[in-house]
Design a protein around this ligand. Structure first.
Ligand code: HEC
Ligand code: HEC
Ligand code: HEC
Ligand code: HEC
Length: 259
């Protein structure tokens, strides 16, 4: 009798077409508390965040930076962070910093443009990365010039902080967050970018975890005889799975299709 149960437990696996989905780290943390606490505070956790008192490292106490004759000012108003600097029209204006990027040796700051009033809160519109950046080691503001560019950037130049080259959605996003979907609406020229988690979380390396969680809760002795733990096999003796897990972000590459 027992042999039959064990055989059935081995034989019965997940349906062949079952596809793993992203479940988020709160789910993983329930069973893997030590890995979860080891990950907390890592640069992967700190890869991107909302701009808040806790996450902003730069000096926003009316600090100033003059670069090519433009004096920018970093300040706070009603608990929010602002940069007064040259906008896309060449005029000085106040821009609210909504997100921070990175922790060391520099931190960068991002401003959201073209957000429709009715956009769902979990979607992000066009984000532009300011070139004014914070040097976390020497505690000073500096202007992150593009390589080989010595002159002032014209506001219409695509290298200007409001231009195409500094656009988070297609230049930065999918390496600093988990399960990033760019969702660019060509007809409306509008981004609806989403992530499952804002930072580089468990499933960025281990792959989407819903089948693993399902198997773990099923109590099967064998997990799934075809899919193992239902995650990317990062402990394989070959180094290929680890390269596949890390290199999409830790290399120079270009996205040619979604996902
Ligand atoms: C219901 C509990 C449970 C949940 C939720 C859960 N796991 Fe697991 N996980 C386990 C158990 C049990 C093992 C097997 C441990 C062993 O064999 O030593 C395991 C093993 C693993 C392993 C090791 C696989 C290997 O190849 O050795 C990884 C990686 C892992 N889990 C990641 C995750 C991630 C990421 C999540 C969230 C998406 C998650 N787990 C959610 C229970 C769970
Ligand atoms: C989704 C993209 C992504 C994946 C996948 C990824 N990384 Fe990273 N990693 C980053 C980013 C972004 C940073 C820098 C974050 C920062 O400094 O704010 C980083 C930083 C690091 C650092 C230096 C910072 C630290 O915490 O010490 C190491 C080491 C590292 N990653 C190793 C790995 C390894 C090993 C893998 C694969 C097992 C991996 N990463 C997978 C995006 C990724
Ligand atoms: C191909 C993936 C990838 C892309 C695209 C990417 N990053 Fe990163 N970023 C990384 C990795 C990996 C690290 C960690 C490097 C390390 O610690 O050695 C990192 C680190 C950083 C850091 C922390 C400082 C540092 O050097 O560790 C900042 C700030 C940053 N990136 C900003 C950006 C901005 C702004 C963009 C878009 C213009 C961008 N990144 C695009 C992968 C990427
Ligand atoms: C940057 C990539 C990366 C991230 C992010 C990451 N892991 Fe891992 N994790 C790995 C790698 C690689 C291994 C395999 C280590 C080895 O060779 O033993 C691993 C191993 C594990 C294991 C197996 C037991 C062990 O410690 O070896 C568990 C469980 C696990 N991770 C859970 C998590 C959870 C939970 C999170 C999120 C809080 C997480 N991981 C985030 C890359 C990552």
């Amino acid at each position: 009798m027992i042999a039959i149960y064990v055989w059935a437990d081995w034989y019965i696996g997940l349906p062949g077409d079952a596809r793993a989905e992203f479940v988020g780290r709160q789910s993983c943390a329930q069973c893997h508390e030590s890995q979860h606490s080891a990950w907390q505070g890592s640069h992967h956790e700190l890869a991107m965040d909302l701009a808040k008192e806790m996450t902003v490292l730069g000096d926003f106490k009316d600090a100033e930076l003059t670069h090519h004759g433009v004096t920018s000012r970093m300040f706070k108003r009603n608990g929010k962070f602002f940069v007064h600097t040259e906008g896309p029209d060449g005029k000085l204006s106040d821009f609210e910093v909504k997100y921070v990027f990175g922790v060391d040796p520099l931190q960068q700051y991002m401003v959201e443009f073209d957000r429709p009033a009715d956009m769902p809160p979990d979607e992000v519109a066009r984000l532009q990365v300011l070139r004014i950046s914070w040097d976390t080691r020497n505690k000073r503001w500096f202007h992150l010039d593009p390589p080989d560019v010595k002159e002032k950037l014209d506001p219409t130049d695509e290298l200007h902080w409001t231009g195409l080259a500094q656009r988070w959605n297609h230049m930065c996003a999918d390496c600093h967050s988990t399960n990033l979907q760019k969702n660019f609406d060509v007809a409306k020229n509008q981004y609806h970018t989403t992530w499952s988690e804002i930072d580089v979380s468990c499933e960025a390396c281990h792959g989407p975890g819903s089948l693993h969680v399902q198997l773990a809760k099923s109590g099967s002795l064998f997990w799934d005889r075809k899919r193992g733990y239902g995650l990317a096999d990062l402990k394989d003796t070959s180094n290929v799975p680890q390269i596949q897990a890390c290199a999409p972000c830790h290399s120079r590459r270009r996205v040619i299709a979604p996902g």
